[in-house]
Design a protein around this ligand. Structure first.
Ligand code: ADP
Length: 497
């Protein structure tokens, strides 16, 4: 029966009363310790599932399964067969999308209006990686060796990849790892975030349904400092793809010294979004607002430092405030809600702390700044918040809050804006709103970050790629370079003499 004929309810998509296991060697298995932990719906704080609490022993088993699969029949799959597997899973994801979107909403809080919209981007991402399966190229090279020796390079899959991913959108973000793994013939152990693991477990089930051999992708659920740490350090892992906080990224770098693992790290951000007085404010106001509020501010490239040219500051802040009043916050199951809750009490405490401290540094609260009450009081909700009169040196302007909080910082001219935009430890995203071509190029060239948007915010395409500099990490997701993380270069000399 296809999902079109099935009645889809929260009860029908959630795993039910029995604890979820890890997925190792194609089987769902309990934690070696037998321990489980609770995962809740952030919209109401109620438990929705119990998950296996992974330990070093579970990680050992999963890595052994991935190593065995790497050496097994999977290594004889042709690129075309792997491409076809990606095609089959894309079709399954498409068919089950309503269930997947609902599961993600229940697990990490993003409203259905957002999770449903991911259908096409996810399909495009899987198809991008399917195309990459046939896009792995070596070279034949001229050399100074005798003519009888032909030199060439091959590209070979690295082996076992650890995919350590965050909670802010696993339904889509897991594909950055799965796509590279399946396109190249690597194998993987995925460690989803403890607060949002369900869509990763479900997708890996679908991969098996699509015909992926057992052990090619395994999942260990559990806590970062235990299961994540053991995985990042494991000598049987060849590469780590990590998305998460800068602090955890540093730990991953240290752990990667074991085995000299190559890393792809997408870490925190505090991106500048620069609005000039000549910008089309009808577009810039909602664009800049949603460039922060989307996913309740839980987006690493959110444009949280909103630089506004001083001459339009007053008008801009008033319009931003009016727009923010129209943004609907609530339980994501309501199809009119635009912003759901934050992921957890921990995240709510973090956002509340920053917002509470900001006025003492001189920031002026213009909108939001509190938790909504009523029906939403039991969830981890926070109202979209604007601070004006912020200076770039304040804590709310320098530290990643990861909540729906905009800091409006006035600037005088392009040089002033650029100086402040780059006065930050991060370098993930950035944007400029202007109608002037020379201003635009000055900003595009001057902003030190992995992505710059012009008169828009947040577009990301798998074919183009995305990455950061400075404390935002290194290594690209998407684009032609993506597969390099999953491949190594092998020089080959063939003596034909
Ligand atoms: P946050 O603090 O926002 O939860 P993290 O960077 O800690 O972000 O989490 C991102 C992912 O990294 C999660 O899957 C988490 O379990 C994992 N993680 C956390 N700490 C570690 C660690 N020390 N080693 C490896 N993975 C970790």
């Amino acid at each position: 029966m296809t999902s079109a004929h099935r009645i889809i309810t929260p009860e029908s998509v959630l795993p039910g009363a029995a604890p979820c296991g890890h997925i190792i060697r194609g089987k769902t298995v309990p934690a070696a310790s037998g321990k489980t932990f609770s995962t809740v719906n952030p919209a109401n704080g109620r438990e929705i599932a119990r998950l296996a609490e992974g330990s070093a022993e579970d990680v050992d088993r999963a890595v052994a399964a991935a190593r065995a699969a790497f050496a097994g029949p999977w290594s004889r799959w042709t690129p075309t067969q792997r491409q076809a597997l990606l095609g089959r899973v894309a079709a399954l994801v498409d068919e089950r999308f309503e269930e997947l979107a609902l599961l993600e909403t229940l697990d990490m809080g993003a409203p259905l209006t957002r999770t449903r919209m991911l259908k096409e981007p996810i399909r495009q991402m899987i198809m991008f990686f399917a195309a990459q399966a046939l896009n792995v190229k070596g070279e034949t090279l001229q050399s100074s060796l005798p003519l009888s020796v032909q030199a060439m390079t091959f590209k070979a899959p690295v082996g076992v990849v650890a995919g350590i991913i965050p909670w802010n959108g696993p339904l889509i973000s897991q594909w950055w790892v799965l796509g590279g793994v399946l396109a190249t013939g690597c194998t993987a152990v995925m460690k989803p975030a403890e607060d949002a693991s369900l869509s990763v477990l479900r997708i890996v089930e679908l991969l098996h349904e699509a015909g992926m051999p057992e052990g090619v992708v395994n999942v260990v659920t559990g806590f970062g400092h235990v299961a994540g740490e053991a995985l990042a350090r494991h000598s049987g892992v060849d590469r780590v793809a990590f998305t998460g906080s800068t602090e955890t990224g540093r730990k991953i770098i240290q752990a990667s010294a074991v085995g000299m693992k190559k890393l792809q790290l997408e870490l925190g951000g505090k991106s500048p979004d620069i609005v000039f007085a000549d910008a089309d404010l009808d577009k810039a106001v909602p664009g800049a607002a949603m460039g922060v509020f989307n996913n309740s501010g839980q987006v690493c490239y959110a444009g949280t430092r909103l630089f506004v040219q001083r001459s339009i500051q007053h008008e801009f802040v008033e319009r931003l405030k009016a727009f923010t009043a129209t943004v609907k916050v609530g339980d994501g199951l309501d199809p009119t809600v635009q912003l759901g809750p934050l992921i957890s009490q921990k995240q709510l405490d973090r956002v509340t702390g920053y917002v509470g401290d900001a006025p003492s540094e001189g920031a002026r609260l213009v909108a939001g700044g509190q938790r909504p009450g009523g029906d939403l009081a039991n969830g981890f909700f926070f109202t979209p918040t604007i601070f004006a009169d912020v200076s770039n040196s304040m804590r709310i302007a320098q530290e990643e809050i990861f909540g729906p909080v905009i800091s409006v910082i006035p600037f005088d001219d392009a040089d002033d804006a650029l100086r402040m935009a780059n006065d930050i430890d991060y370098g993930l995203g950035g944007a400029v709103w202007t109608r002037d071509v020379s201003t635009m190029f000055k900003m595009v060239n001057g902003i030190r970050s992995g992505t710059v948007w012009v008169n828009c915010y947040g577009a990301v395409d798998p074919a183009v790629g995305f990455g950061g500099i400075k404390n935002s990490g290194y290594g690209v997701k998407g684009g032609a370079e993506h597969l390099d993380l999953y491949l190594y270069r092998k020089a080959v000399y063939i003596n034909l003499g």
